[in-house]
Design a protein around this ligand. Sequence first.
Ligand SMILES: O=c1ccn([C@H]2C[C@H](O)[C@@H](COP(=O)(O)OP(=O)(O)OP(=O)(O)O)O2)c(=O)[nH]1
Ligand SMILES: [Mg+2]
Length: 145
Amino acid sequence: MIEIQLQRLPHGEGLPIPGYATEGAAGLDVVAAEDRTLHPGERHAVATGFSIAIPEGYEVQVRPRSGLALKHGITCLNTPGTIDHDYRGEVKVILANLGSEAFEVRRGERIAQLVPAVVTKAHFSEVIELSETSRGAGGFGSTGR
Ligand SMILES: O=c1ccn([C@H]2C[C@H](O)[C@@H](COP(=O)(O)OP(=O)(O)OP(=O)(O)O)O2)c(=O)[nH]1
Ligand SMILES: [Mg+2]
């Protein structure tokens, strides 16, 4: 369990802060801070009404809710969205309507879930040749359907 500081913004007044819907939930549900109609094919960075400070060594992933995806075709376009630990702007959820009907985003309704994750840092070192493997350059279905 890590602590993530949250600063409420004026338009987030009165909204619940992200929380787990059940004891075993992996993601903290986050609610919209604005009303917005999303027409089919449309996308919008939905306000959440808060900024956060994530401890160094962690990120927060923004993931869709499966119910909205299945019932309404609503997803996070950039899933999983990445909140960097040094980001202090408003957290936004980039929703896209892949369904065939308009969807009403309503203030206070849960639109996505936040999953904190450990960040493994790496640096790339340029080499002349890579080690050989049985897969080699095969990919994109090379092992069969
Ligand atoms: O779903 C998202 C994704 C990103 N962000 C914020 C936090 C994140 O730290 C910042 C940058 O995100 P990202 O690195 O994915 O976007 P970019 O296009 O690379 O922008 P930048 O050049 O600012 O890094 O935008 C959100 O609020 N919600
Ligand atoms: Mg970036």
